[in-house]
Write a protein that binds this ligand. Structure first.
Ligand code: ATP
Length: 231
């Protein structure tokens, strides 16, 4: 997680149960559906009446509205400015995405999340005040490249650009050795957080336990040190 996003997530109010999602493409529908399933109230918005109707037919949300979000008066009349959090899920219409984000921030919506579809789009959204910008195609591409080049790494949580927590398949070289024998801290500068045994993770594992074939392990450290692992 980029540390600059920390403040955004810290400021999200836990008691907030309402979200407005503007733009009902695949991304917007996925956000709506998941929030709805999690028990939150979601208002779905799109300029395209068919997309609004489809959202209601599919029972993805309980409330949906057709409006042009580049029109501040339309947003105001629909009560969008009263929402604590709005998600602008308009990727392919750069002007509509930027204007909508600007409208929401100018009207004082506290948390505005916006979806970008290019590097320039990311910059523009930040300039007009988006509190959190996501660029899913970019992130998915980076993740795919990492998985293809390092298939042993099952999952990676980036703490900042230099440090990560990674889950990986126990390297062959480690199998049969005990945790204390391996001296991960001395040899690799990594801290071991967990090891899986029979499909279940053991947190702070016993140093006398042996790494087994087919197990997974979770380590924390710098990316440079993680890259030194024999994987
Ligand atoms: P996907 O999520 O399908 O990958 P996307 O996030 O890039 O695509 P877009 O194709 O940009 O999504 O479209 C998102 C939705 O935003 C469309 O349904 C479109 O009708 C809607 N939209 C575009 N402009 C406006 C606007 N001014 N007001 C409201 N909705 C809009």
């Amino acid at each position: 997680m980029n540390l600059s996003n920390l403040n955004f997530f810290r400021s999200l109010r836990h008691e907030n149960r309402q979200f407005a999602v503007i733009g009902l493409g695949r991304f917007g529908r996925a956000v709506c559906g998941t929030l709805h399933q999690l028990g939150y109230e979601v208002l779905g918005i799109d300029a395209d009446e068919k997309r609004v109707d489809q959202l209601l037919i599919d029972k993805i949300v309980s409330h949906a509205m057709q409006l042009d979000s580049t029109e501040p008066t339309a947003l105001k009349e629909a009560g969008i400015f009263e929402f604590d959090t709005a998600i602008v899920a308009i990727g392919n219409y750069l002007d509509a995405s930027v204007i909508t984000t600007l409208n929401l921030k100018e009207a004082g919506v506290k948390h505005v999340v916006a979806k970008a579809s290019s590097e320039v789009h990311v910059k523009l959204l930040k300039k007009v005040g988006a509190d959190y910008v996501v660029f899913p195609e970019h992130d998915a591409g980076c993740n795919l490249a990492r998985s293809l080049t390092k298939p042993s790494i099952l999952d990676r949580f980036e703490l900042d650009p230099e440090n990560s927590i990674v889950e990986l398949i126990v390297p062959e070289e480690f199998q049969g050795k005990t945790i204390s024998e391996l001296q991960l801290r001395n040899r690799y500068g990594l801290n071991l957080l967990a090891v899986s045994y029979d499909g279940k993770f053991q947190i702070n594992p016993d140093p006398n336990n042996r790494f087994q074939k087919g197990s997974a392990m979770v380590v924390i450290g710098t990316n440079k040190n993680i890259d030194r692992l024999p994987i």
